[in-house]
Unconditional design. Structure first.
Length: 354
């Protein structure tokens, strides 16, 4: 009984991995020196898993999700490596790795150092960006050969520092190739995300990985650029009163000079007085500019007359009233000369027009 129990303990009936974690990429099935995989043993590969059989450092066979009764026809490459004359009827020693192929979501990325960008309006500026992405194992065999090797457990944090630089590099390439103004970056987050994904995917393929999603949450500009944008917004709000952005900047400079009086000495007072006078002259010019349209309007109103027949107010340039059709050109009663609209005396004989 004791011998039978010992032999039964050595034989593996079911090989499976019940993953209870959220961040495990690879799990090596624990096999002791007494454990033996026999013909008719059951291999269970759950959804979003892949099982790899390793024999003497070589990847023998790869199993997709499903349930398998291990036999020589199920693991032909492993049977060939063993060169068993009777097929897969004797116990063998092999390592079994389970690779998690689900998406690992919510992975954060960001630029540790600013990324340089050449902008047509602001010149060379530095940008920072951050966001989230998700990825999955696309080729378990390549992933084992290139990344995790023979580790018993391989988690997301073990590869995190290797993937982030690839994404930052893709972001730098996307910024350089897009040639979009810094003012328009916020309106193109989705397009940038797609460009980064396209640029970075070949590097992920080399590791047996695939980027599932890529999202840019924020692209921040340097403080001086943001300050310039704020001032431009203020100038736009004040455009009706001050005319142009240049006038706003001049007013601001004059105000600062007027306030900086160096403790109230005579030189400071002179600067303040001069600044105040200059500001007054500038506002005077602005007000004069704003009043010009009104003067033109009043001039136009003075060049209008009233039709003597229907009483409509019309332009003095008209020859006929647009309301009643009456002729606006009168004749002098004394000499018969045709008079201009609005004339008070005849230009030929001097007769007063009634």
């Amino acid at each position: 009984m004791g011998l039978f129990g010992k032999i039964k303990k050595q034989l593996l009936d079911v090989i499976e991995w019940k993953d209870a974690s959220k961040d495990t990429l690879v799990y090596r099935y624990p096999l002791t020196e007494r454990d033996e995989i026999m013909n008719s043993s059951t291999l269970v590969v759950r959804p979003s898993q892949v099982a790899l059989f390793i024999h003497k450092g070589q990847i023998a066979d790869v199993f997709a999700p499903g349930t398998y009764k291990l036999a020589s026809e199920n693991i032909p490459f492993l049977t060939k490596l063993l060169s068993l004359p009777t097929g897969f009827n004797s116990p063998i020693k092999a390592e079994v790795y389970f690779v998690n192929t689900k998406q690992f979501v919510g992975q954060k990325w960001g630029t540790q150092n600013p990324v340089m960008m050449r902008d047509a309006e602001f010149g060379n500026i530095r940008l920072r960006a951050f966001g989230v992405y998700s990825y999955k194992v696309d080729d378990a065999k390549k992933f084992m050969e290139e990344v995790f090797g023979s580790n018993e457990v391989y988690k997301v944090e073990d590869i995190e520092e290797q993937l982030k630089p690839l994404l930052v590099e893709g972001f730098s390439d996307a910024i350089a190739e897009s040639k979009i103004s810094a003012l328009d970056l916020a309106a193109n987050y989705k397009e940038f995300s797609q460009i980064i994904l396209t640029c970075t995917q070949p590097e992920f393929n080399k590791l047996g990985l695939k980027i599932a999603t890529m999202v840019i949450e924020n692209i921040s500009l340097p403080d001086e650029v943001e300050k310039a944008l704020d001032e431009r917004t203020q100038a736009g709000i004040m455009e009706d009163k001050m005319g142009t952005f240049t006038q706003y900047q001049a007013a601001k400079a004059l105000r600062d000079a007027a306030q900086n009086q160096s403790g109230g000495n005579l030189a400071g007072m002179g600067v303040g007085l001069g600044a105040g006078m200059a500001m007054g002259q500038m506002f005077k010019g602005v007000l004069a500019t704003e009043n010009k349209p009104k003067a033109k309007k009043e001039e136009k109103e003075e060049n209008k007359i009233v039709c003597s027949k229907c009483g409509a107010t019309i332009s003095a340039k008209n020859k006929f009233c647009p309301e009643c059709g009456a002729s606006l050109n009168k004749k002098c009663k004394k000499c018969g000369t045709i008079l201009k609209a609005g004339a008070k005396f005849c230009p030929e004989c001097g007769q007063k027009v009634e």
